[in-house]
Write a protein that binds this ligand. Sequence first.
Ligand SMILES: Cc1cc2nc3c(=O)[nH]c(=O)nc-3n(C[C@H](O)[C@H](O)[C@H](O)COP(=O)(O)OP(=O)(O)OC[C@H]3O[C@@H](n4cnc5c(N)ncnc54)[C@H](O)[C@@H]3O)c2cc1C
Length: 450
Amino acid sequence: MNKRTFLQLGAAAGLESWLRRLAAWGVTMPERLHNWAGNIEYSTENLYAAKTFEEAREYVKKTEKLKVLGTRHCFNTIADSKVAFLSLTEMHDDPVLDAEARTVTVDANMTYGKLAPWLEAKGFALHNLASLPHISVAGAISTGTHGSGEKNGSLATVVRGLQLLTAGGEVVEFSREKGGPFFHGAVVGLGALGAVTKVTLEVQPTYQVRQWVYQNMPLEAVRAHFNEIQASGYSVSLFTDWRNKNVNEVWIKDRVSGGKEFAANPELFGGKLATKNLHPIASLSAENCTEQMGVPGPWYERLPHFKMGFMPSAGKELQSEFFVPRKAAVEAIFAVERLHEKISPHLLITEIRTIAADQLWMSPAYQQDAVTIHFTWQQDWPAVKALLPEIERVLAPFGARPHWGKLFTMAPAELRARYQKLPEFVGLARKLDPQGKFRNEFLNANIFAD
Ligand SMILES: Cc1cc2nc3c(=O)[nH]c(=O)nc-3n(C[C@H](O)[C@H](O)[C@H](O)COP(=O)(O)OP(=O)(O)OC[C@H]3O[C@@H](n4cnc5c(N)ncnc54)[C@H](O)[C@@H]3O)c2cc1C
């Protein structure tokens, strides 16, 4: 029984007041294993943390059913297990840089926050980062995690190779260079193919980035100038609470190249250049956020919105996000805007980003440049659960695909129909994991339809 169920049952039996009294006396119930946001308590506490590859292999071999847990930042049950978890967070091999091939090979559980300064010290960088550096490389690529920038693919698009521990304890290597039919199926693997133990990522010479924030751009400017706004920087994010037909903040991150760079004029399509650092939710302290105001800094201290070592985003929140084809961006944004009276009361902030198309079978940007419409919600699941079908309904004409790690309510059959390569992915999963050792309820419902 999880804590919430216990509390509900306890309330019915008059136990709640007892629990409150116990809490007042300083007696607390032990915290159960949960995700970052605390909205999911996992269905088992049975977690094994392997310290070596051999320990991981033995555990996978002998365990009947399990899921690999990363840094637990997903908002839905994609990472959940009723039986057992394998954690790789105790594995700490140093990254291996191949400067000539321009690759780095890392432990799958390594966070971008640890990898980035290590790479920087060696003079190298990644092409992009998500809004936060706190997440693991394997968890991020497995779910198609992305940053922004119309020419930037998701974080999975710089994967050059993967080492996968399969259900039977065999090691399978996937490599972009060596080809093979399954590389494009294995990278955004949703945790369904096995335990990713090493990831090889493409790197490039280090670079500096500057970021600026504009406030209060009229939403109509998005209708008239969406393409120009997105093209103005290397990575661009629009933040709106959908109130007053206003874009609260536009974040522009541009590379310091010495060539044509973003000219930070006092005004951008009606938005005004901010005169101090801001949080995407303007009422929150910008202390947690990366430096703005055009101050140059290393790529990894500007591309994420939030600093390592600080709480990203708001903390007590829920998240949802939908990928729609870039060519329908304006239509999709205004379709959501028409729901503003229903959305705004439950919302902390929306972020709109662009992502370049890729060839990864289960990537929500598969073969289409995408715009993503993201919602950071107040932590009120009944309200969000009631609203999501309405958002999904207005985005259905665009074939919207939900983020794999965030909350959605779309019917599994509809979701599956939006992935052209799903049959091939299911075939790959059945080949690598015939008994479904790495499957859970989320995967059975949304991918395997059984
Ligand atoms: C505050 C916040 C901000 C966020 N910002 C962004 C953003 O900017 N862009 C974006 O796209 N997403 C964003 N996300 C979502 C997040 O990046 C993804 O949910 C990502 O999957 C988190 O990685 P993780 O390691 O925490 O994964 P987990 O939640 O631990 O696991 C996710 C999935 O990956 C699998 N997995 C993890 N490790 C392995 C492994 N070694 N082998 C096999 N499978 C594995 C799990 O089994 C599970 O299926 C954000 C989330 C939060 C909480």
